[in-house]
Design a protein around this ligand. Structure first.
Ligand code: SF4
Length: 362
């Protein structure tokens, strides 16, 4: 099946007109509507894997602190990560920061306006490029995200795994045929907004959908049979344990994670993953040995938080701990940075998990 066989230019034009009309009446207010190319870029990066309602306060704080690409580029990554802490998927912030430096140094602070140039920037793939070029620069570039996959799969009755190579080619081909020369940014946003507000995963509201008369799935007994998503990976539960090591001044030891990899550049109490049969107390003791080379006495449990990363659900326990020997000789693994922090300053650090203690609790 080809996009041409599924969609004539006239039908594409009619659909675009219906969608744009619907969008004009139903779009939600969002702080990045009408933003600069830099603002659109920041919003699109934040919205990856993250709900609109979660992103809005982070976006507003981030744009207030880093209103221009130059402001972002000239700020150390540690400071940038503080404004990202809580949004998750921190590689996005590191890529955005690196890309802002490239835009500042190599493009005079102007976000590139061609797919060839913009897609060379870290963290900008085909979707983000399509979003920035169409929304910020008014270029008729397509985009396909999870909402668009769902709407187009239902609209055209596409079967099979939407992530398969053949279906991806088909979806991008259809999106390309549909995006109009006039108002391409509004059109792309209307497709995504329709997926978010009307063509939802579990309860599509076909009766109030502007594409109902054209839609294959809308006329099936159950439109949610499309798209055909393969059963996902099972969630894995992990137990982590952290040692809250205090010095004689009452300060806690924090370690910075390596810049590359999971939670790159964030700070944390020395922590490890519990192995099979190992208690969290034993693991907290091991955390001292393995991360900073410090034998520990482990005391009471003072915290338990749950958080998630990709398909892992993590329960993190925190134990007060003190060094066995009075002389503190720390040997952090792989030269990781460390810092002794008073309890009331811990929340100012960009942490890899919700804080286990704070100035109020200690
Ligand atoms: S008619 Fe129903 S299934 Fe089709 S696009 Fe609209 S909401 Fe989705």
């Amino acid at each position: 099946m080809s996009p041409d066989a599924l969609l004539s230019p006239i039908r594409a034009e009619q659909m675009a007109r219906s969608l744009l009309h619907w969008f004009g009446e139903h779009k939600r207010d969002m702080p990045w509507r009408g933003a600069t190319p830099y603002g659109v870029w920041v919003s699109e990066i934040m919205l990856q894997q993250t709900q609109v309602a979660t992103v809005i306060p982070f976006y507003l704080r981030f744009m207030e602190r880093f209103p221009t690409v130059e402001a972002l580029a000239s700020t150390p990554i540690d400071e940038v990560l503080k404004y990202w802490a809580g949004l998750g998927y921190y590689a996005r912030a590191r890529n955005l920061h690196r890309a802002a430096q490239i835009v500042t140094n190599e493009h005079h602070g102007i976000v590139p306006n061609t797919p060839e140039m913009i897609e060379t920037l870290p963290g900008i793939g085909r979707y983000t490029s399509g979003a920035i070029l169409s929304i910020a620069y008014g270029l008729p570039r397509p985009l396909v995200d999870a909402n668009v996959i769902r709407v187009l799969s239902r609209l055209f009755g596409l079967s099979g795994d939407p992530k398969s190579q053949a279906n991806q080619a088909l979806l991008w081909g259809l999106a390309e045929r549909m995006v109009p020369q006039q108002n391409p940014g509004d059109f792309n946003q209307s497709l995504m907004e329709l997926g978010a507000l009307v063509c939802s995963p579990a309860e599509p509201q076909c009766a109030r959908c502007p594409l109902y008369s054209e839609c294959v799935a809308g006329h099936l007994p159950d439109p949610t049979v499309l798209p055909e998503i393969p059963a996902g990976r099972a969630t894995i539960s992990l137990i982590h344990s952290a040692a809250l090591i205090r010095n004689f001044k009452g300060e806690f030891l924090l370690l910075q994670r390596p810049l590359e990899g999971l939670w790159g550049g964030l700070w944390e109490f020395p922590r490890v993953t519990c192995t099979a049969g190992e208690s969290p107390e034993e693991a907290a003791k091991r955390a001292g040995r393995e991360t900073v080379g410090l034998p520990l006495e482990v005391g009471i449990r003072v915290g338990k938080v749950k958080h998630a990363v990709t398909h892992h659900k993590i329960t993190l326990y925190g134990y007060l701990a003190s060094p066995v020997h009075t002389q503190l000789q720390l040997n952090p693994v792989a030269g990781r940075d460390l810092a002794w922090i008073p309890p009331d300053a811990i929340e100012q650090y960009a942490l890899s998990s919700p804080p286990l203690v704070s100035g109020k609790s200690m």
